[in-house]
Design a protein around this ligand. Structure first.
Ligand code: TZP
Ligand code: MG
Length: 208
């Protein structure tokens, strides 16, 4: 399985002329197998309806559907897991609510946050923020490739780098030892999410 992870953004998709289900379907058709539904503005009802629609698409392609922040929504739609950050519900509470079988991804920004994960059953890490990005306003400090490398060297957990990653820098990111990369605008904001995904997957498949 390739290690490209799409994190969704409805506004960026719409600016590029796409609905979110279209973006997700095109990314899955191109081979993306990790989809995170990340919606900060939607009502609970709309979030659930969108989640159920995306679940049909991801199931069709055998892709994982992960829900950002909302443990209740992940449980309600029987998603594959949740993705949480440092300001969300504490990890051990999420694990006890969601059970041992669902995936939990945790965002970290530094070595101290990595150390805190040692005794938890984390399924994968999101390592943020690698490069400056216009997609998220409240990003923590910029790690760069060096910072990413330092964190990757200290963990055996699967880890996805996020923040400002695109075709022109994806190979440099992979050389840091990270498992995969997560992108928003490099797929959602492109004229063809299918072609953009194909290109990123192709670059990921090249020898480092
Ligand atoms: N978390 C850290 S940076 C980021 C998130 C969700 C946004 C990344 O967006 P892009 O468009 O891939 O730079
Ligand atoms: Mg969060």
């Amino acid at each position: 399985m390739n290690q490209l992870y799409l994190v969704t953004d409805s506004a960026i998709s719409q600016q590029a002329g796409h609905s979110l289900p279209f973006v997700v379907a095109e990314a899955c058709r191109a081979g993306v197998r990790w989809i995170q539904l990340r919606e900060k503005q939607l009502s609970t009802r709309a979030f659930i309806e969108l989640g159920l629609e995306l679940k049909q698409i991801t199931q069709h392609y055998g892709a994982k559907l992960i829900i950002n922040d909302r443990i209740d929504v992940a449980l309600a739609i029987d998603a594959d897991g949740v993705h949480i950050g440092q300001d969300d519900m504490p990890f051990t509470m999420v694990r006890s609510l969601i059970g041992p079988d669902k995936l939990i991804g945790l965002s970290i920004n530094n070595e101290a946050e990595l150390q805190a994960t040692r005794h938890w059953h984390v399924d994968y890490l999101g390592i943020a923020t690698i490069f400056p990005t216009g997609t998220k306003q409240d990003t923590a400090s910029i790690l760069g490739i060096d910072g990413l490398q330092r964190i990757c060297a200290q963990t055996r957990l699967p880890a996805f780098a996020i923040g400002g990653i695109k075709a022109s820098n994806i190979q440099a990111v992979m050389q840091s030892g990270v498992t995969g990369v997560a992108v928003v605008s490099a797929i959602c904001g492109q004229p063809s999410p299918y072609e953009a995904s194909r290109e990123l997957i192709h670059l990921l498949s090249q020898p480092l």
